[in-house]
Design a protein around this ligand. Structure first.
Ligand code: SF4
Length: 421
């Protein structure tokens, strides 16, 4: 079993306190980073092979290189802490129980990017985290780990928390920037990319909470040793949050590439009450659902697409035989319809249509041809929306039908839920 790096010490009731964090070696990574030139840090992160943990898996060093190369100043570092997809709560233990690892990671990243300002864009629904982060940031300022002339090394990095109003779309990096600037949280067209034209039109790096929290560990053990954890293409530890019908749901820190089957059956103790597994959503509600015979797959950014799904955020949702998948699909589309920002027609209208058709099938009023209609609407959304929310909604419908079509057909034929009567 791998020793925890990101979730180390979180069972300690005082784990959010700076003294407890320092007691387990906290802020040594920052001290080490401050002895290095910014480019040396970027090179170390490149050696580590760190990929963004928000869902896209983009190589972190590459993103940093683009921003660092831009001659415009000031530069900004934004932490995406807008964790809002159903089933996703992997960043929450860091925000609430290990905030200093994130602050340390941001200070390291700030030095690497020559960014003097950072913001943690926090999900509106995490009020406790706001309080905890603000307290931890004050402790870091009081200990000269943030602010001017950090540890006497002449480096400046200021950090503040900005709490969103609770819109899922603000987790998309350009919508996050719009929201941070005080405008309505809607995605911007790309290019230009935020690394060149981001917040206040300045070079901006947006990284996820978990991504930034890996930096103290990379500084501690070095990029080469870090690259040996996990899979060659996707190294490092990964936080998986598991919900649904398993014996031990919760948050697990495991090597990237741990098999989905092992997460469900070994780490989480198998299906609750000895029931049969029916389906698993591996990486948050927008990632393609998998039937039981397809879960013997390594959970990383490269392998999951080869097995018909995506790693996403690593939010595993497990469903046993008692679950009506038409209902799950309908619930998912209710979420997407509610969270669609309305900017583009295929998403704004399409999510509503998909939700309505699924609703009538679930209620026993489905008509012959409704499944094809769902696929037609989803097909007309795919690739035609401004940001990934529209694609995500369409993919959810396509994949539930692909793997569980008979259940949809039975609902239409029997005019009722055929799983739970
Ligand atoms: S796909 Fe949906 S959420 Fe994204 S910009 Fe278009 S309307 Fe907004």
């Amino acid at each position: 079993m791998m020793e925890a790096a990101l979730l180390k010490n979180i069972e300690n009731p005082n784990s959010a306190d700076i003294l407890e964090y320092k007691n387990i070696g906290g802020y040594k990574g920052l001290a080490k980073a401050l002895e290095m030139e910014p480019q040396q840090i970027i090179d170390e992160v490149k050696r580590a092979g760190l990929r963004g943990r928000g869902g896209a898996g983009f190589p972190v060093a590459m993103k940093w290189t683009f921003a660092a190369a831009d001659p415009k100043f000031p530069k900004y570092l934004l932490c995406n802490a807008d964790e809002g997809e159903p089933g996703t709560f992997k960043d929450r233990p860091i925000l609430e129980k290990n905030p200093h690892i994130l602050i340390e990671g941001m200070a390291i990243s700030g030095h690497a990017l020559k960014a003097e300002y950072g913001y943690i864009y926090l999900r509106g629904e995490y009020p406790a985290a706001k309080h905890i982060l603000n307290k931890a940031i004050k402790q870091a300022y009081d200990n000269n780990l943030l602010g001017e002339n950090i540890l006497g090394k002449g480096i400046t990095f200021h950090l503040a928390v900005h709490q969103g109003a609770g819109a899922y779309i603000c987790g998309e990096e350009t919508a996050l920037i719009e929201s941070l600037e005080g405008d309505k949280g809607q995605p911007r067209i790309k290019p230009p990319f935020p690394v060149n034209v981001g917040v206040f039109s300045k070079p901006t790096v947006v990284n996820n909470v978990e991504t930034l929290s890996n930096l103290p560990y990379i500084m501690e053990i070095g990029g080469e040793a870090y690259a040996k954890i996990g899979t060659p293409d996707c190294p490092g530890p990964k936080i998986f949050c598991v919900s649904g019908h398993v014996e031990r749901p919760g948050v697990y820190e495991l090597p990237m590439g741990t098999k989905l089957k092992d997460i469900v059956y070994t780490h989480c103790g198998g299906i609750k009450g000895g029931k049969k597994l029916k389906a698993v959503i591996p990486g948050g509600i927008s990632t393609p659902v998998l039937p039981p015979d397809k879960i013997d797959c390594p959970m990383d950014f490269v392998n999951m697409p080869k097995h018909g799904s995506m790693l996403g955020s690593g939010a595993v949702i497990v469903m046993d035989e008692s679950v009506c998948l038409v209902k799950v699909c309908h619930r998912a589309l209710k979420f997407f319809e509610h969270e669609s920002c309305g900017k583009c027609t295929p998403c704004r209208e399409g999510t509503g249509w998909l939700r309505a058709i699924l609703g009538r099938i679930e209620e026993g009023h489905g008509a012959e041809g409704d499944i094809d209609l769902l696929l037609s609407v989803a097909g007309n959304m795919l690739g035609k929306t401004f940001c990934p929310l529209g694609d995500g909604a369409a993919c959810v419908v396509q994949n539930f039908i692909k793997h569980f079509r008979p259940e949809f057909e039975d609902h239409i034929k029997e005019k009722k839920c055929t799983v739970n009567g």
